[in-house]
Structure formats: structure tokens, C-alpha cells
Design a protein around this ligand. Structure first.
Ligand SMILES: [Zn+2]
Ligand SMILES: [Zn+2]
Length: 392
């Protein structure tokens, strides 16, 4: 509102208080009047709505000591016959206060109520048209979780996620009061949400028991939300899970959380991903791991072996002559897809398998092999080092 309004409006009269009223008196007067003329208890009563706005505007100016001092000064000038250049006096067009731009925050008055009641008053103000912008509020983040198969985690996918979150109850618009009724100011705390408990001569503020801190009480609760003002709201969002996601990783999907209010940005959706282990493949960062059994002959003589890859199919891996059990072979580019489109590697651990049963032919052949290599003692070096290893 402009100072032009101040010339004409007697805010003290609007609140029914004297010019030297204390802040407490002003606050008290406003609460009483705001309650009385609250449009929700005076439905389709434009007079009450106009009065409610008048009272709100008056309180807005008088509740701030600095603004109040400026207002008093302006009024003093007006009563002494001063006129602003441009003829401010008298040219104002009736419908009070709509030109205003000072944000008026009722949540301050009605206590730490949060959600619901802000909506009540927001509705009131918006109905009047051209009213002050309410404060933009960012929506809350929502957490969700999803379990992916190993293959899904590797390739990435888009999933529909059903989300349940608390939203203002649609039946009562978040007030908690049955449609057609309105919550009233809590008589115990007068809307503050807090009361002072006296103990040993000291006053301790504590949450009001009657309204549980909301500052308002509901006589006839909304049957849909049982007076809470909140209702679970279910919606489905499509969540893009990128390729290569790891077990336990959190994916942040921007703007898919709770919707912002009054132009505030949406919250985010945080999806915790669980990946079920694969029967064969493991993950080591961007690399995939696999253990492949080979025969003693393959390891000793060298061989090309087929190794499975996660996308299906196989890749040919060459074992060099004399490959040791436990040796890790790297197959480039067959690992996990990275963000930049490149891939990690497939790490193949060679596991020399010892046959549990031998045919007599195989036994004979192996015996021949043993005879042919009997001069080689694979533990000779070990024995020597075991003996020397303790010395410096
Ligand atoms: Zn209370
Ligand atoms: Zn409700």
C-alpha cells in the first residue's frame, strides 16, 4: 500500500484502538477482529471480507513500529492540512488496499501453524483479487527406493514410481474443518501456538496442548482427513535410472518431489537403488568381474576360451601357455557403461579346475605326465624361502 492510503485511512479506528495503544493491544484487537470477520465464517459476505482486509491492512502497518511511526507522521501532516504534490487527497478509488505491495505474513500471527492455515488465508487474499504475493516456498524432497535386477542396473531404464506423499486435504482445502465451517482461533493460546507455563517464577514457553501448536482449533473436523488437514496423495512419476547404477546409490531426480508453492521450485525425488546380485557377474566400480574355470591342460598349454558377457553371448579370451590359477585377465570395454558412454572392463579370474573323477584313460595319461615331470619340485623355492624368510 502506498502512503497515499495513509492520508485517508485511520488504521487505529479500523482496529478500534487508541493512538497510543501498545503492540499487545494492537495484536489482541486484530486477532479478535480477524476472527470475527474471517471470510470462511462469513461466506458470501463481501462486507465481512472488506472488513477483514481493512483490519489486516491496519495491522500490517501498526504492528511494525517503524512503519507505524511513519504512518503517524503522515497522518499528522494530513491533519495539519498538508497535501502531497499531485493531489493525493481524494483521488483514491474506493476498493481498499488492492494496490498494496507489502507482503503480509499471517503465519507470524497465527503461530507456527505451517501448511493448512496458510492456505486458508491465502485463499482469502487471493479471492479479493490483486492481493499481495504470498511467499514462494520450495517443495519438500521425497525419498523412494527401487530394486533393480543386475541387468537393469547395467543398462539403465525408465521406471514408473508410485509415490505417496502428504498433500493438503482436498475436501477441506487443508483447514481440517468440515466443508462450510472454519477453524477458530485457539482460545487457550490465542493463536500463538505456544503458552507460557510458570515454574518457580519463570515462564517457559511450550507448545499449546489444545491446538498442538497450530494456533487454531477445529470444532467440526473434516471427515476426509479427520481434522489433520492433510491427506495422502498418490501419483506416479517416471524415473529415469541411468545405466551403470550401483547398489546403494542415490539418484536425485530434480523437480520430481513435492510441488512448490507460490512459484517456489519443486522438491527433488531421491531414489535409493538396490541391485540384486548376479549369479555369475560381480561389480568392481565400472568393471565387471567373473571367475572362469579352466582345465589344467588349457592353463598349461594355452587355449582360447569362451567367456560369457552380461549382455548375453560370449567373448573369446586367449589363455597364454602356462597361465597360473588366480591370474586376472582384462577384457577391455566389456564392463559397465559409464556416464560418458565409454565402458569399464571385464575382469576374468582364471580358476584351474581339478577333476573330481578320472576315467582310467585319463588317469593313465596323468600318471605319464607325472612321471615325465617328476624332476620338477614346485615347492623347492617355497622351502628355501621358508627357511630364509625369518632372517634379515
Ligand atoms: Zn492453542
Ligand atoms: Zn480435510
Amino acid at each position: 500500500m502506498s502512503q497515499k492510503d495513509w492520508f485517508e485511512k485511520d488504521y487505529y479506528k479500523a482496529l478500534g484502538v487508541s493512538k497510543d495503544a501498545s503492540q499487545a493491544d494492537i495484536k489482541k484487537a486484530f486477532r479478535t477482529l480477524a476472527k470475527k470477520h474471517h471470510p470462511d465464517s462469513n461466506e458470501n459476505d463481501p462486507k465481512a471480507e472488506a472488513r477483514f482486509k481493512e483490519v489486516s491492512e491496519a495491522y500490517d502497518v501498526l504492528s511494525d513500529e517503524k512503519t507505524r511511526a511513519e504512518y503517524d507522521e503522515t497522518r499528522a501532516m494530513a491533519s495539519s492540512g498538508f497535501r502531497m504534490p499531485g493531489g493525493f487527497g481524494g483521488q483514491q478509488g474506493g476498493a481498499g488496499g488492492a494496490s498494496g505491495g507489502v507482503p503480509f505474513d499471517l503465519s507470524d500471527l497465527f503461530g507456527r501453524a505451517g501448511g493448512g492455515f496458510g492456505d486458508v488465508f491465502g485463499g482469502v487474499f487471493n479471492r479479493g483479487g490483486g492481493q499481495q504475493a504470498r511467499r514462494a516456498r520450495r517443495g519438500a524432497d521425497i525419498e523412494s527406493s527401487v530394486t533393480l535386477s543386475f541387468d537393469e542396473a547395467l543398462s539403465g531404464l525408465t521406471l514408473p514410481l508410485r509415490l505417496t506423499s502428504e498433500a493438503p486435504c482436498a475436501s477441506c482445502a487443508g483447514t481440517g474443518a468440515r466443508a462450510g465451517t472454519a477453524p477458530r482461533l485457539c482460545p487457550t493460546c490465542q493463536g500463538a501456538g505456544q503458552i507460557n507455563r510458570n515454574a518457580g517464577g519463570f515462564a517457559f514457553p511450550e507448545t499449546c496442548h489444545e491446538c498442538r501448536g497450530r494456533g487454531m482449533v477445529v470444532d467440526d473436523p473434516c471427515p476426509t482427513c479427520h481434522g489433520s488437514g492433510h491427506a495422502p496423495s498418490t501419483r506416479t512419476v517416471s524415473a529415469r535410472i541411468p545405466a551403470g547404477v550401483k547398489n546403494g546409490q542415490k539418484i536425485r531426480l530434480r523437480g520430481k518431489g513435492v510441488a512448490g508453492e507460490n512459484g517456489g521450485e519443486n522438491g527433488d525425488l531421491l531414489v535409493t537403488v538396490a541391485v540384486t546380485p548376479h549369479a555369475v557377474f560381480g561389480r568392481d566400480g565400472d568393471n565387471l568381474t567373473i571367475t572362469v574355470p579352466v582345465t589344467f591342460a588349457e592353463a598349461a598349454l594355452g587355449a582360447d576360451i569362451a567367456v560369457p558377457v552380461p549382455s548375453g553371448g560370449t567373448v573369446k579370451v586367449r589363455l597364454a601357455e602356462g597361465t597360473q590359477s588366480g591370474r586376472v585377465l582384462r577384457v577391455r570395454g566389456k564392463g559397465v557403461r559409464r556416464k560418458d558412454g565409454t565402458h569399464g572392463d571385464l575382469l576374468v579370474t582364471v580358476d584351474v579346475a581339478v577333476p573330481q573323477k578320472l576315467s582310467s584313460d585319463a588317469r593313465d595319461a596323468l600318471q605319464q605326465f607325472a612321471d615325465a615331470t617328476k624332476d620338477h619340485d614346485p615347492r623347492a623355492d617355497l622351502m628355501a624361502r621358508a627357511k630364509d624368510g625369518g632372517a634379515r
